[in-house]
Design a protein around this ligand. Structure first.
Ligand code: SP5
Ligand code: ZN
Length: 361
C-alpha cells in the first residue's frame, strides 16, 4: 500500500538489542496454576524479521546511565530486579520445590497491614511480593539484563529523535507499561515508555504526551504521571470494568490529580470492539493531545488489540493499526514508538510494520 504523502514515507529506524531475548519467564502462574507464558523471546524475532523485510534500518541499542530510569522508578525496585534472581538461586527454592524463577506468594497490601508499620522482610520469597504485584510475572536469570536492555532501546530511540529522526521505534522486550514507580507486574519489569517520556522532558521538550494503544490500560505509566502536568497519559483499551486486566484501574473517571488534573484520558472499550470504535477513540486521543499543546509524543504500541491476539477481546485489524499510525503522524510531533504487548506470533510482525507504515516520518 502506498502511504507516502508530502514529507512522509521515510522508514523509522528500529532500535533493538540481542539481550532482550534473554528474558525467559518460562511460565505464568495464573489462578494458582502454572500456564505457558505468552510473552516469549520469539516476539523479538518475528517483529525484527518483519521490519527488516519492510526496509527499516536496524540500530543496536547503546548503553545509557541509570539517571532517567531512577527518575521514574523507586531505586529499591531497580535494585530488587537487579539482584533478586541471584538471591533466589542462593536459597533452597530449586531444591525444595523445583522453582528456579522468582514468584511471590504474599503481598503487603494496605488491607493486609491494616495500618501496622511494615518491616523489610527477611525472606526473599516475601520480598518478591513487596516489589511484584502479581503471580504472572516471573523473574529468571536473564530477566534483569533483558529489562535493562529494553530501557536502553527506548533511550536510544529518544537519542535518534533528538538528533532529527521524526519517528524512532524501540523494539522493547519485556514490555513496560504496567510497571508503577515501585512495583512490577503484567509481564512488565521496567517502564520503557515512562523512561522515554522522562528523557524527552529532560531533553527540553516542555510537554510530552504518551498515547497507549495496547489492549490493556497502562496502569504503570498512568500512575507514574498521574499528578504531573508535564507528561500527559491517554489510552484506549478494553474496559477493565468488563473483567479485564488491570481490573482495578483504567476507568474513564481517572483524569489526573493535583497539577496533573486533566492530563490523563482513559477511553475504555467494550470487548468485541473493532476498527470503528477503536479509531474513533484514537481520534479523541489525537484531538486531546493537540489541545494540550504537547511538543513530543511517546506511543505505547501494544498490538494485542488485534483480532487474532489471545490476550484481549478487541478486534482491531492491521489496516486499523496502519490508520492509527497515520492519525498519530498527523500530530506532526517528534515521536518515540515503544513496543508493549502483542502475543500472536504469526501476525505480530505484520501488525507492527503496518503501524509504522502509517506513522511514517
Ligand atoms: C504488556 C501486556 O500486554 N501485558 C498483559 C498483561 C495482562 N495479562 C493478563 C493475563 C490474564 C490471564 N491470562 C491467562 C492465560 C494464561 N497463559
Ligand atoms: Zn497488553
Amino acid at each position: 500500500m502506498l502511504t507516502s504523502m508530502a514529507g512522509r514515507g521515510r522508514r523509522a529506524p528500529v532500535v533493538w538489542s540481542p539481550l532482550t531475548r534473554e528474558h525467559r519467564p518460562g511460565a505464568e502462574v495464573w489462578v494458582g496454576v502454572v500456564t505457558p507464558g505468552s510473552e516469549l523471546p520469539e516476539r523479538v524475532d518475528v517483529i525484527r524479521t518483519a521490519l527488516e523485510a519492510a526496509g527499516h534500518r536496524l540500530v543496536e541499542a547503546r548503553p545509557h546511565a541509570d539517571d532517567t530510569l531512577l527518575a521514574v522508578h523507586d531505586p529499591g525496585l531497580v535494585a530488587h530486579l537487579a539482584e533478586v534472581h541471584d538471591e533466589w538461586m542462593a536459597g533452597d527454592y530449586v531444591e525444595l520445590v523445583g522453582q528456579d524463577r522468582v514468584v511471590p506468594y504474599v503481598f503487603p497490601t494496605d488491607a493486609m497491614l491494616g495500618g501496622l508499620p511494615p518491616r523489610a522482610p527477611a525472606a526473599v520469597h516475601a520480598r518478591a511480593g513487596q516489589f511484584g504485584y502479581d503471580t504472572m510475572t516471573l523473574v529468571g536469570a536473564g530477566t534483569w539484563p533483558a529489562a535493562r536492555a529494553a530501557v536502553d532501546c527506548a533511550l536510544t530511540a529518544v537519542d535518534l529523535v533528538r538528533s532529527g529522526e521524526p519517528v524512532a521505534y524501540a523494539l522493547c522486550r519485556p514490555p513496560g507499561h504496567h510497571v508503577t514507580r515501585s512495583a512490577y507486574g503484567g509481564s512488565c519489569y521496567l517502564n520503557n515508555a515512562a523512561v522515554a517520556a522522562q528523557a524527552l522532558r529532560d531533553a527540553s521538550h516542555r510537554r510530552v504526551a504518551v498515547v497507549d494503544l495496547d489492549a490493556h490500560h497502562g496502569n504503570g505509566t498512568a500512575a507514574i504521571f498521574y499528578e504531573r502536568a508535564d507528561v500527559a497519559y491517554g489510552s484506549v483499551h478494553v474496559d477493565p470494568g468488563a473483567g479485564w486486566f488491570p481490573h482495578f484501574v483504567g476507568f474513564a473517571e481517572e483524569v489526573g490529580r493535583g497539577e496533573g488534573e486533566g492530563a490523563t484520558l482513559n477511553l475504555p472499550l467494550p470487548p468485541g470492539s473493532g476498527d470503528g470504535p477503536w479509531l474513533e477513540s484514537v481520534d479523541r486521543l489525537t484531538g486531546w493531545v493537540a489541545g494540550l499543546g504537547a511538543d513530543a509524543l511517546v506511543v505505547s504500541l501494544g498490538v494485542d488489540a488485534a483480532a487474532d491476539d489471545p490476550e484481549s477481546p478487541l478486534l482491531v485489524t492491521a489496516a486499523g493499526y496502519r490508520e492509527a499510525g497515520n492519525r498519530l503522524a498527523d500530530l506532526g510531533l517528534p515521536s518515540v514508538v515503544v513496543q508493549e504487548g502483542g502475543y500472536h506470533l504469526p501476525s505480530l510482525g505484520g501488525l507492527v510494520a503496518a503501524y509504522l507504515e502509517g506513522h511514517a516520518g
